[in-house]
Design a protein around this ligand. Structure first.
Ligand SMILES: Nc1ncnc2c1ncn2[C@@H]1O[C@H](COP(=O)(O)OP(=O)(O)OP(=O)(O)O)[C@@H](O)[C@H]1O
Ligand SMILES: [Mg+2]
Length: 294
């Protein structure tokens, strides 16, 4: 099987000009051996990354994603709604509010300290849960932080001020958060299917005290041409554990797509959803075909 070790080695040499070729190659091989890296290849090193695909309406993308994820047995935020900027301003601190700061409905994001504008998406804080980033950095101390995102992550940490798990619960959460574990990889696989350009980074996944991962933030997604799926399947060994995880999405049916699309509210913020249903049925057919290949 072709593996992009050489390409990865080149990227590492470029990123860390001080390291030797030999060292870069060893690191590339180590990265490539990690299932989480391999499944995330579409986001991290794919040359197609951020190609100008058409985007899904972000409100529709979030509701649709939650429908699909629940059908895959993956937890999602349980309470969310679309509201006006005025209604968003009146919400308590128990809600995370996302909106497009440019007043359009193209890019929804959480903008602490900015006055909401346009249609907003409000999501109630998941009880007894915190982001993987928060847990890794503050509780299990396994994460050093991630540069430019730190301010936002520090701010998001305020959501979890009353999150006080016991040492036993922290151990449980650490196990659940393993990036080579079934829960994490299932979320990563589902997000590839959803075309979510919000990668499964540690701010986009929560963990509950009882060790259940919750996938959040699926608003940024685009209509792909399927090439990235072909590439991903090409790089995943047929008899690997990771391949079995891809089988979760392959077990979905067109009825699941229909039922998930039906979860999108009939609301002006969501736009028209006809294209979304046909697109995901087609994407599911491709996924099944690639999964069934010997
Ligand atoms: N329902 C929720 N329960 C608990 N925490 C949440 C919830 N929704 C969002 N958060 C927290 O708020 C942060 C920002 O939310 P979200 O990821 O949806 O916004 P974003 O602007 O799209 O983020 P980014 O672009 O950094 O991925 C998350 O990293 C998480 O810490
Ligand atoms: Mg996010």
């Amino acid at each position: 099987m072709h593996s992009p070790i050489n390409e990865l080695t080149g990227r590492l040499l470029k990123k860390f000009p001080g390291i030797s070729l030999e060292n870069a190659k060893v690191q590339a091989e180590e990265l490539w051996a990690m299932p989480s890296f391999r499944i995330s290849y579409v986001w991290t090193v794919s040359p197609n990354r951020y190609r100008s695909y058409e985007r899904l309406n972000p409100f529709a993308a979030e509701y649709f994603a939650q429908g699909v994820l629940r059908r895959l047995g993956i937890g999602t935020a349980s309470e969310q709604f679309i509201c006006t900027a005025e209604q968003a301003c009146a919400l308590s601190g128990d809600f995370v509010v996302k909106f497009d700061p440019n007043g359009c409905t193209r890019n929804l994001s959480w903008n602490p300290g900015t006055i909401p504008t346009g249609w907003c998406l409000a999501s109630r804080l998941v009880p007894d849960a915190a982001s993987l980033f928060f847990v890794a950095r503050r509780l299990s101390k396994t994460h050093p932080g991630r540069g430019g995102h730190d301010d936002r992550d520090e701010h998001a940490g305020r959501f979890y001020a009353n999150f006080n798990p016991t040492p036993a619960e922290i151990e449980q959460m650490k196990l659940a958060m393993a990036t080579d574990g079934v829960q994490y990889l299932s979320i990563a696989a589902a997000r590839v299917f959803l075309g979510s350009t919000c990668t499964p980074h540690f701010g986009n996944i929560l963990v509950t005290k009882s060790g259940k991962l919750i996938s959040i933030d699926h608003t940024n997604a685009e209509f792909g041409d399927g090439e990235e799926l072909k590439q991903m399947f090409h790089f995943i060994d047929r008899d690997s554990e990771l391949c079995k995880i891809l089988g979760g999405v392959a077990s979905l049916t067109e009825d699941d797509i229909l039922a998930s699309a039906a979860k999108i509210p009939r609301h002006p913020a969501c736009g028209s959803t006809g294209k979304l249903h046909d697109y995901f049925c087609q994407r599911l057919r491709l996924w099944k075909e690639l999964y069934a290949r010997p």
